[in-house]
Write a protein that binds this ligand. Structure first.
Ligand SMILES: [Zn+2]
Length: 390
């Protein structure tokens, strides 16, 4: 924790830091795209002050204000999906945080460098992405963390280019692994909003879930994966909708001696009640969420899982094989947790569907101009006005 004087210096320096080269173009400053979504601001965080963030797993989350979102992409990089996603982010002058898998960095170092050079924050996500991280021994778990960082640093040409941001594969953390991460000065990132892009659903459904959950929470860290075609399909919808709905993208970077942390209060890191949501305009009509919106928590195996046909021997090989199969139209398997018997999986789905049916319906379909109507706080979900995407 900074001393009083350092705090004052920090207070004075923080706006300067935001004006430096790291800040992304705002909407009006995006070359070739005057109507770009842009990146509204950059938050500088001190990993040692806030070691674990993301309300899906932890008590604290980023100090965002209402209608701010942080985009995160896990598991890559891998062609052809990562380059497409980078192209889309660049076109909108949006900066994100990547959680790189070490063996992917080893195989595709140029893509890691590209993401870094285009201004995105590069965190890490283990060396081999073990699906059941909790089942690793303490030593193996620590090696997964350390080796992933080392491989990513090698791809970037130096450890200083890797942010001390780490996300556990499948959020499969343990007390020992948390302790190791803290000892390494890492900030452990969970997330606030899943988009289910690891499930066998369409890109529009990924976008719909991301946006509905974001509307419900009002702000937060959005969890995406740049290894899936459905995420490539979903991202343009998500970016367009964020812009249409008045959301602002926030970029997060780690503090350093030259770059002091953005001054915040402890309360800003705690989830708290938000102002009443505006009536959202949803461009994706007629898509029902079979799992409901209350099922925000996922098991380790559900998060970042792979097809049961894919062995875990090499995460990279499995992902690449799946991309090849998808390209050839050969994947036609339901996504089943490989650690769960089929009957138990079916039962779990049944329970989830039942739970979703008990939730209030998501409002009537109606054509309406984009509405900016503030509503009073209410216990019921926000009303939704919908029209179709063309
Ligand atoms: Zn992952």
């Amino acid at each position: 924790m900074a001393s009083g004087l350092a705090r004052i210096v920090s207070l004075l320096a923080a706006p300067l830091a935001l004006c430096g080269g790291m800040i992304a173009a705002t909407a009006g400053e995006c070359p070739g795209n005057p109507s770009a979504l842009g990146t509204s601001r950059t938050i500088v965080v001190d990993p040692r002050e806030h070691g674990r963030i993301g309300t899906m797993d932890y008590a604290e989350t980023l100090p965002l204000v209402d209608r701010e979102v942080v985009l995160t992409f896990d598991d890559g990089p891998i062609p052809p999906h990562t380059p497409k996603i980078l192209d889309m982010l660049a076109a909108e002058c949006v900066r994100a945080t990547y959680f790189i898998v070490g063996e992917m960095a080893r195989e595709y170092p140029a893509l890691v460098r590209r993401a870094h050079d285009e201004g995105h924050t590069i965190g890490t996500h283990s060396m081999n992405h073990p699906i059941k991280f909790r089942a690793q021994s303490v030593e193996r778990g620590n090696m997964q963390i350390d080796d992933g960082i080392a491989a990513t640093a090698k791809a970037l040409g130096g450890p200083d280019k890797v942010a001390p941001f780490f996300r556990f594969p499948g959020f499969g953390h343990t007390a020992a692994a948390h302790a190791h991460a803290a000892a390494q000065g890492l900030q452990v990132w969970g997330a606030d909003i899943p988009a289910d892009d690891w499930h066998k659903i369409g890109g529009r459904e990924v976008a719909r879930r991301a946006l509905n959950r974001l509307e419900s929470k009002g702000k937060g860290i959005l969890l995406l994966h740049d290894i899936h075609a459905r995420t490539v399909e979903a991202l343009p919808i998500i970016l367009a909708e964020l812009k249409a709905r008045g959301f602002r993208v926030v970029h997060v970077v780690p503090s350093s001696a030259e770059r002091p942390a953005t001054v915040t209060t402890m309360a800003q890191w705690l989830p708290h009640s938000r102002s009443a949501p505006a009536v959202p305009v949803i461009l994706i009509a007629n898509v029902q969420d079979p799992e409901g919106e209350s099922l925000m928590r996922r098991s380790d195996a559900e998060l970042c899982d792979l097809s049961p046909a894919m062995p875990q021997a090499s995460f990279r090989t499995a992902v690449r094989k799946r991309i090849q199969m998808a390209t050839a139209g050969e994947i036609n398997l339901p996504y089943i947790d490989p650690g769960q018997p089929k009957a138990a999986h079916a039962k779990a789905i049944e329970v989830k569907v039942k739970a979703s049916k008990q939730e209030p319906a998501n409002g009537a379909k109606a054509k309406a101009p984009p509405a900016k109507v503030a509503t009073a706080a209410t216990a019921s979900p926000p009303r939704v006005e919908m029209h179709a995407v063309h």
